[in-house]
Design a protein around this ligand. Structure first.
Ligand SMILES: [Zn+2]
Length: 152
């Protein structure tokens, strides 16, 4: 066959013309052939552009703090605190408060080997706020019940 650009002889299956270098995409049956309607003349984006320094790649050992595992108690506390609001009122809050306190104690006594203070604190807050809301609700319900019963 002949190159459509320069009419040099090219072998069937060849992907680029030896003479002018044009892509012979249309007539070449190749498994990874490029789309035929790709705009001609625009060079494809180079596949491996060197990333600017520090852009996306984390550089190990430079900025990463030493890996300190989170206290399991702290994780349980946070999860239970969230669950108290979503699925497990009272029980979740109690678990969150208990585990939150245990986690803070555990983290304090670990001497830096355990992390998760923020998780434990969040779990404690979720738990305590939930308990406070429940307690207030119970108070109001009882108050209204007494008023209602007393009015009868
Ligand atoms: Zn050619």
């Amino acid at each position: 066959m002949l190159c459509p650009n320069c009419s040099a002889a090219v072998t069937q299956g060849q992907r680029f013309c030896d003479n002018c270098g044009i892509r012979l995409g249309a007539d070449v049956a190749s498994p990874d052939v490029q789309p035929l309607n790709a705009p001609i003349g625009q060079p494809p984006i180079p596949p491996s552009v060197p990333a600017p320094p520090g852009a996306y790649q984390s550089q190990p050992g430079m900025y990463a703090p030493p890996v300190v595992p989170n206290s399991n108690m702290a994780i349980i506390s946070l999860v239970a605190g969230v669950l108290a609001w979503l699925a497990l009122p009272l029980i979740g809050a109690l678990v969150a408060v208990i585990c939150g306190h245990l986690a803070r104690k555990e983290i304090r006594e670990s001497g830096g080997r355990l992390s998760g203070q923020g998780l434990a604190l969040a779990g404690l807050i979720f738990g305590y706020v939930h308990l406070a809301v429940v307690a207030l609700t119970v108070c109001f319900v009882m108050l209204f019940a007494f008023v209602f019963v007393g009015a009868m």
